[in-house]
Design a protein around this ligand. Structure first.
Ligand code: PAF
Length: 273
């Protein structure tokens, strides 16, 4: 595996390769969810590139940038063992200068759900993803369905800015007990880890209701809120795949999203129906 930290060097290395490139952008602290993205990219491309960059612009002032888990050496091993060809490992100064051009998330879709409690977060995400895609110029880029709003906004950016890359959504990977994998799960203590299982339970409850023919969004979200209590809930929403509110679940066109706070940790999850 080749490790490259300079954007110019990576561009030079990839230019004229004439092979399909699968790209997985990450902020490190890799887990099985990232490995699933790498596996998918390996199936579909000749070369796989993973970036490891803790992007400061997507963290708000009082957020966890400083304490975000850093596992650079373990991450390199995971990439190597997963068959990654190139790891892109830039410094902040390689990616950002002063008085920069940036990408703005849409004024509505970028400021609801996670964007409502983290205003500006998606500007940082879209800006860094745009930079990374321009450096790597992949054939396909892979994103987890767990961050459904991020996936939706990146897909919109690629479509609306006429970018030449296929965005591939990959299913959420869960622990055996249902907890969705996230780099932030390490923040949970033992009791919080148990409390966090309410998130997956609420989604299973929603799915079971739909299987029994209950399609009314309000009935479903009320039941989910009941399961989630007494956790602090940021949102529970039933949306279509374009992220518009639905009054009733539409089979094969629905995503039910939830974000809660467990202790001091914000956790999100969703189910695609
Ligand atoms: O999902 C993440 O890990 C980050 O938001 C991403 C897409 C790597 C951008 O920094």
């Amino acid at each position: 595996m080749k490790i490259i930290s300079s954007p110019a060097e990576l561009k030079n290395y990839l230019v004229g390769m004439n092979q399909s490139i699968g790209f997985i952008p990450t902020m490190g602290a890799l887990h099985e969810g990232h490995i699933a993205l790498i596996k998918k990219a390996k199936e579909q491309n000749e070369i796989v590139v993973v970036s490891l960059f803790l992007n400061p612009t997507q963290f708000l002032k009082d957020e966890d940038l400083e304490k975000y888990p850093k596992k650079d050496e373990a991450d390199k091993k995971i990439c190597e063992l997963s068959g990654v060809d190139i790891m892109f490992f830039p410094q902040v100064s390689d990616m950002y200068g002063v008085d920069e051009v940036s990408v703005l998330a849409p004024k509505i879709r970028g400021y609801v759900l996670e964007g409502e409690s983290r205003p500006g977060h998606f500007n940082g995400v879209l800006t860094v993803v745009m930079k990374l895609l321009n450096i790597v110029k992949p054939t396909r880029a892979y994103f987890g369905k767990k961050d459904a709003q991020q996936l939706n906004l990146i897909s919109l950016m690629v479509k609306q800015l006429f970018m030449d890359v296929e965005i591939v959504p990959v299913d959420t990977v869960r622990e055996k007990d249902g907890l969705a994998l996230s780099s932030r799960n390490v923040y949970l203590n033992k009791d919080e880890r148990v409390e966090a299982l309410k998130i997956a339970s609420s989604l299973r409850r929603a799915s079971a209701m739909v299987s029994k023919g209950v399609l009314n969004s309000e009935e479903i979200t009320t039941a989910m809120r009941e399961t989630l209590a007494p956790l602090e809930i940021f949102y529970v929403e039933v949306l279509d795949r374009q992220f518009n509110r639905l009054s009733h679940v539409e089979i094969a066109n629905t995503v039910i999203l939830v974000e809660v706070k467990v202790g001091t940790t914000r956790l999100l999850d969703n189910i695609w129906l």
